[in-house]
Structures are given as structure tokens and as C-alpha cells.
Design a protein around this ligand. Structure first.
Ligand code: BYC
Length: 482
């Protein structure tokens, strides 16, 4: 009988899915393992493979036991297969198969659709590690360095989670897809990662924190919808991934919050009143708030693209097939089949942005994206409170959904952050005011200097309020190799 809570660390691949009795899958995973380690060593954190990092590893999947901290060299991290405990009698919570027992095997008619969802999800995980591989060299502190490495090893584990599903449930096709996941590369023109935002560079720490706030939050929304899946192994995998994902968003939100705080405090101390006096603010060795707003505009708009088209038959089919549900599906009070309901969608009608009622079934992406926007707004409210508290007059705002889009209704128009449609010439003239310019990038880069003395932080970011695992301020989160 498998132990569904405690993780078996006696095997090469830690797991709570009883791999020792599932020889075929164990062999497939062991066969995939060397290629993964090879990928990690060449595409994972550059220059830190020998460092000892204070990382958390799951020892069980119950709420108390899943975070155990210790020093580990990243290539020795125990990447494992961890599923949330099996729920006895779980039924399918939405779609055409609503109310029937959750599937333990892949329903034949949905095999291709399910595989596509798992592969897309899987592809994002190593992509983000590749995007972040140079950040250790400019970490503003050992605390922050440890955080990016924690995020990276867990994204690596999320790749394992998807590869397990592919290898256990999709036979030869699954093994081929698992191989491909190690072949594609973020930003490579010949073999790019599958989704747009995962081919963008993460050139500096402000981008990293924006990415973990905005793009990992898309990850949370997508995982929440897959956690509703009628295919029970996918649901259980995603439920456990979500516990890890929460820390990634914490890293993003507090990273931006600490940057905002440092900027406001430096302005206050130097008597700089006007947040728009960029030269003066930058002269203090901190990042001005308008530049942060531009980075926010960029990362939010790139992340909105990850939700797909507002009106999507793919999304409708996945919902109808009971494969991918809505955010907090079980808490929604409706028929969970969306046979007759509508949902308001912003669309481009005769050159104007209008709200149009669409069948709720085809507007699934839009609904998830709206839930995402509300979640993002709560984070912005907290950053704005920090600004208020220090007494600076500035507010962060989410740009309009028509701004800077490559996917969906607004991909062929140009719009300002407030949602005004503008012509191409105006866009060209204004875009450096709306999105980070080369000059902004150069300035941020000039601040990116590695700080490795325990307890010390770069000029542009405030220390965290509490340490990881409640460690004191001068704790050595990373022991660099001599
Ligand atoms: N880029 O009906 P449509 C995370 C394609 S992040 C490129 O509009 P659909 C993480 C689409 O494939 C979460 N192509 O959209 C975060 C389709 O092509 P085909 C990742 C795109 O299918 C940080 C066509 O356009 N997980 O975990 O309803 C760090 C029309 O598609 C894009 C998932 O995304 C794009 N942005 O929705 C680490 C979950 N958007 O099939 C990790 C799984 C659309 O016509 N994926 N296309 O050839 C899905 O649920 C959906 O496939 C999508 C797209 C939301 C991605």
C-alpha cells in the first residue's frame, strides 16, 4: 500500500506514488533523469552549481511537513514526484461529465487534448529556469540569491511533475514529449519555448520580481483550473504544485514591495518630492517609481497573453470535456456546465472597445483572466499602501487589457495604458513612456551588482521584514564555492 502523505526517499526519485511497484514508469523516469541533470547543469543557475544553498525540500505533502530546510548543492536537490493525497470518492466538478467519478486513467477520446495541456504546462517550467539562469551573478543579497534558486529548483520539480504524467499515462508519445521538453530553449529562434512570455529575457532583478509576481500568478491561475480536472492524477499533481507556487509569488510581491519601499525612503531622506524627477531619484541609487510602472506595464501585458484568446473554442472544449475548469470551480454557484449562461467580454467592435455578452463556455479564458486581474490588483493595492505610508504621491495602476497585446482581440491595434486606441505614429512616439526603454534598461543594469556579505543588501532594495525559515538577518543563505 503506498503511503500517500510521506515521501519515499529511499529510491533515486523521491515520490509518494509508489514508484517501487510501478517498474515501467520508474525505468522511464530513471532513463529521463540523466538528460534532466545535463539540462540543469547547462541551463540552470549559471556559476552556482557547487554552492551550498539553504533550500526547502518536501518530505511530506500534508500542510505541516512539506517544507524541510537544509543546505544542498542544487544538482543534488531531490527532485521528486509529489501528488496531493487521493480524495476518496472525488467526483468531476464541471463540464459534460459533471458529477461522475473522477477518472484515474486518461479517457481515450480526450487523450490528445489532455496531452497538449500537460505539455504546454510542462514547457513553461524549464523555460523560466532558463530565463533566470544569469541572475545569481547580480543578486542584491544572499537572501535574494537563495530565493531565486529556490524558485528554480521548484520549477524544475514542476517539470518532473508533468513528465511523470506524460510517462505514466501517455506511453510512447508521452516519452517523446518528455524528451522534447528538454530540447526546446527559451528565446532560441529555432526551437523556442511554446508560449510568448517564456521566450522573453529576464535581464535584471526588477524583471525577475515582476515575472514572479505577474507570470507565476498566471501559473497559479492555470494550475488552479487544471487542479479542477476530471483527470484525477493531473488534479492531484497541480494541487501540490500550488503550495510551492505560493512562495514564488511571495518572492515577487515582496521583492517589488521592498524595491518600492527603498525608493520612497531614499526620496524622503533626500527631500525629493516629485516622483517624476527621474534624474534626481536615480541619483540616489534607487529605481524611480515611473520606471517600475513601465516594467509593470510590460510584465502584466505579456502575462495577459498567456490566457489565450478571450473567445476560444479550445478553452470551451477543454471545459466541456471536464479537463480544465474555472478558478475555484467548486465554490461557484451555477450549473457547472455553462449550457445557457453568458459572460461579458471586452471586444473590438467597429474600431471601438466594447463590452459584449458571449456564451460563457467560449469565454472561459476571459473569466480566468478577469479573476487573475483582480488578484493582481490586490498586490498593487499593497504596494500603493507602502508608497502612502512613506508619504510619496504616486500610485501604480494596471494598464488596460488592450495595451501591448500579441494574442487575442487587441493584437492588431495599438492602445495607450489607459485603453485609448492610438495610431502607429503615436505609439512609436509614446512607447518609451509606456514600456521600459533602452535607457531605463541600462540604468537598471547599472544598479545590478552582486552583494554576498551576509545581512547586506544592494542600494536599491530594502531588507525583508523576516528571514526565510525565521533565520536572523545575517544568516548565510548561500555558501558560495571557494
Ligand atoms: N503564445 O484558443 P486560443 C506557469 C495558441 S504559466 C503562443 O486562443 P487557448 C509558470 C494556442 O496554443 C501557466 N501561442 O487559446 C509561470 C492555439 O494554438 P492551436 C502555463 C498561443 O488554447 C511562471 C491558438 O493560439 N500553463 O505555469 O484557449 C514560471 C489559439 O488558442 C498563446 C498553461 O498555460 C500564447 N500566449 O488557450 C513557471 C496551461 N496563446 O492549438 C511556470 C495550459 C494561445 O490552435 N494551457 N496560443 O495550434 C492552456 O490552457 C491553453 O492552451 C492556453 C491557450 C491558455 C495557453
Amino acid at each position: 500500500m503506498s503511503d500517500i502523505v510521506n515521501v519515499d526517499y529511499s529510491t533515486k526519485i523521491p515520490n509518494n506514488v509508489n514508484l517501487t511497484e510501478d517498474r515501467q514508469v520508474l525505468r522511464a523516469l530513471e532513463g529521463w533523469h540523466p538528460g534532466y541533470i545535463d539540462w540543469w547543469k547547462t541551463m540552470g543557475p549559471n556559476g552556482f552549481q557547487e554552492a551550498l544553498v539553504y533550500l526547502r525540500t518536501a518530505v511530506s505533502v500534508d500542510p505541516k511537513g512539506w517544507a524541510k530546510f537544509d543546505y544542498v548543492k542544487m544538482p543534488d536537490y531531490r527532485w521528486g514526484i509529489l501528488l496531493a493525497p487521493h480524495e476518496e470518492g472525488r467526483t468531476i466538478p464541471f463540464g459534460q461529465h459533471y458529477g461522475k467519478p473522477a477518472w484515474q486513467e486518461v479517457p481515450g477520446e480526450y487523450r490528445a487534448m489532455l496531452r497538449r495541456l500537460v505539455v504546454i504546462q510542462g514547457d513553461t517550467e524549464p523555460a523560466s529556469v532558463e530565463q533566470q539562469r544569469h541572475l545569481g551573478k547580480t543578486a542584491p543579497s544572499l537572501y535574494d540569491m537563495r530565493n531565486v534558486f529556490q524558485v528554480n529548483v521548484e520549477e524544475g520539480r514542476h517539470l518532473w511533475a508533468m513528465v511523470y504524467i506524460l510517462q505514466k499515462y501517455f506511453g510512447r508519445d508521452g516519452r517523446e514529449e518528455a524528451e522534447q521538453l528538454l530540447q526546446r530553449r527559451s528565446g532560441d529562434p529555432d526551437k523556442p519555448r511554446m508560449l510568448g512570455a517564456f521566450n522573453e529575457a529576464t535581464p535584471d532583478w526588477l524583471s525577475f520580481h515582476m515575472f514572479t509576481f505577474f507570470t507565476d500568478r498566471d501559473g497559479k491561475m492555470q494550475l488552479e483550473s487544471l487542479a479542477q480536472s476530471g483527470f484525477d492524477p493531473l488534479s492531484r499533481t497541480c494541487r501540490f504544485m500550488l503550495t510551492e507556487e505560493a512562495h514564488h509569488m511571495f518572492v515577487g510581491e515582496t521583492g517589488i514591495g521592498r524595491t518600492v519601499q527603498r525608493t520612497c525612503e531614499a526620496m524622503k531622506a533626500a527631500g525629493v518630492q516629485d516622483p517624476g524627477d527621474i534624474d534626481k531619484v536615480r541619483g540616489l541609487g534607487v529605481i524611480d517609481l515611473p520606471t517600475m510602472q513601465k516594467k509593470l506595464n510590460l510584465h502584466y501585458s505579456l502575462s495577459l497573453d498567456l490566457f489565450g484568446s478571450e473567445v476560444s473554442t479550445n478553452a470551451a472544449n477543454a471545459f466541456n470535456a471536464s479537463l480544465k475548469g474555472r478558478f475555484q470551480e467548486t465554490k461557484i454557484e451555477d450549473d457547472h456546465k455553462l449550457e445557457n449562461s453568458t459572460y461579458p467580454v471586452l471586444k473590438l467592435v467597429d474600431g471601438e472597445i466594447k463590452r459584449v455578452d458571449e456564451p460563457a463556455l467560449t469565454a472561459i479564458n476571459m473569466r480566468l483572466r478577469d479573476d487573475y486581474t483582480a488578484d493582481c490588483q490586490r498586490g498593487l493595492d499593497r504596494w500603493n499602501k507602502i508608497i502612502d505610508r512613506v508619504g510619496v504621491s504616486f500610485r501604480f495602476q494596471l494598464p488596460h487589457v488592450a495595451f501591448h497585446r500579441q494574442i487575442g482581440e487587441f493584437r492588431d491595434v495599438t492602445a495607450s495604458p489607459s485603453g485609448e486606441l492610438v495610431d502607429a505614429a503615436t505609439w512609436e512616439r509614446q512607447k518609451d513612456k509606456w514600456l521600459p526603454s533602452k535607457d531605463d534598461g541600462d540604468f537598471i543594469q547599472s544598479l545590478m551588482r552582486q552583494v554576498v556579505e551576509p545581512g547586506k543588501f544592494a542600494s536599491w532594495i530594502a531588507p525583508p521584514r523576516v528571514g526565510i525559515d525565521n533565520k536572523p538577518g545575517d544568516f548565510e543563505y548561500v555558501k558560495l564555492a571557494a
